[in-house]
Design a protein around this ligand. Structure first.
Ligand code: ATR
Length: 273
C-alpha cells in the first residue's frame, strides 16, 4: 500500500481524501490517502517527516502552496510560472518534484466536461493572487485569442502579464481598463466571494453567449455564479469540476493511471447541494 496525503491548514474540510479514495476504488490502485494538518511555523518539517516515513506523494493546499515551491529539488514549468505547487512527487532516487495541476484542472473542466472551446476566445481572468497565478500557463496554452488579467491592485495584474507573456497573448489592467471591453469567458480567481462580495466588473463586459466560471465552489450558488446568471451567461459554472480534475491530474502523475472524473464529480455534487 502506497501512502499519499493532502497537507494544509485548516484541512478538516478538504475533499481530496474522498476524491482520491474514489479514484483508487475505480482504478484498483492500492493506496491510502490521508489528511495532514500542516504546522504554520514548520511546514518543511511536516513534509520531511511524511517522506521519511515512506510517503509517495502529497497534495499541498492553502496556505502552503508557495512555501512548498521552495522545498522541492525540481519543478514543472507550470509550477514555475505559478511560483507555487499543489503536487509533490517522490522520485525513484528520493528527490522531490513539484508540479501544479490547478491550471490543467480548470482547462479540462471547461473543455472536456462542459464543451467550452478556447480557440480564438477573449478571456478575462479576475484576480491576480495565488489562485490566478496558479492557472496562468495552461490557460495561455489553450489557443485563446487573448487573456486579460484584471485586478483591484493593478500592479499585480501587470506582474502576471509579465510572467505569462512567454506562453501566450496576455495583458494586465485595473477594473477601469475594462470599459467598453467584452469577453467570451470570465473566470473569477478572486477571494471576494468568500466575504460575500463581488469584484467590481462593469455591467456589459460579458459578450452575448459568454460563459462565467468561478474557481470557488460551495453548498450554495456562489455570488459570482449568481452575477453570471443575472448577466445572461450561457453557462455559470463553479469550481467543483476543477477540484476533481486537478486531483485526477495529480493521481495520473503519481500512479500513471487516469481515473474517470464524471462519477466522482456527480457524487460530490449531490453532497454539495
Ligand atoms: P488566493 O490565493 O485566493 O488567490 P490572494 O493571493 O490573497 O488569495 O489573492 C486574493 C485575490 O482576490 C486578489 O487578486 C485580490 O485583489 P488585490 O490583489 O487587489 O487584493 C482579490 N480580491 C479579494 N477581495 C476582493 C474584492 N472584494 N474585490 C475585488 N478583488 C478582491
Amino acid at each position: 500500500t502506497d501512502r499519499y496525503a493532502v497537507i494544509g491548514n485548516p484541512i478538516a474540510h478538504s475533499k481530496s481524501p474522498l476524491i482520491h479514495a474514489a479514484f483508487a476504488r475505480q482504478t484498483g490502485q492500492d493506496i491510502v490517502y490521508d489528511r495532514i494538518l500542516g504546522s504554520l511555523t514548520d511546514f518543511a518539517a511536516d513534509v520531511r517527516r511524511f517522506f521519511a516515513e515512506g510517503g509517495r506523494g502529497l497534495n499541498v493546499t492553502v496556505p502552503f502552496k508557495e512555501q512548498a515551491y521552495s522545498l522541492v529539488d525540481e519543478r514543472s514549468e507550470a509550477a514555475a510560472v505559478a511560483g507555487a505547487l499543489n503536487t509533490l512527487i517522490r522520485l525513484p532516487d528520493g528527490q522531490l518534484r513539484g508540479d501544479n495541476t490547478d491550471g490543467i484542472g480548470l482547462v479540462r473542466d471547461l473543455c472536456q466536461n462542459h464543451g467550452f472551446t478556447f480557440r480564438d476566445q477573449r478571456i478575462l481572468l479576475v484576480g491576480a493572487g495565488g489562485a490566478a497565478r496558479g492557472v496562468l500557463k495552461p490557460l495561455l496554452e489553450t489557443g485563446l485569442a487573448h487573456l486579460t488579467v484584471v485586478n483591484r491592485t493593478p500592479s499585480k495584474s501587470l506582474e502576471l502579464a509579465r510572467l505569462g507573456a512567454a506562453y501566450g497573448p496576455i495583458e494586465g489592467m485595473g477594473f477601469d481598463g475594462l470599459a467598453g471591453r467584452r469577453f467570451d469567458l470570465i473566470i473569477n480567481a478572486t477571494s471576494a466571494g468568500l466575504a460575500g462580495e463581488l469584484p467590481p466588473l462593469p455591467e456589459d463586459c460579458l459578450a452575448p453567449g459568454g460563459w462565467v466560471y468561478d474557481m470557488v465552489y460551495g453548498d450554495q450558488v456562489t455570488p459570482f455564479c449568481r452575477w453570471g446568471r443575472l448577466q445572461g451567461a450561457e453557462r455559470s459554472l463553479d469550481g467543483l469540476g476543477m477540484l476533481v480534475e486537478q486531483a485526477a491530474e495529480s493521481f495520473w502523475l503519481w500512479r500513471g493511471v487516469r481515473p474517470d472524473t464524471a462519477p466522482v464529480i456527480a457524487e460530490l455534487r449531490t453532497q454539495c447541494k
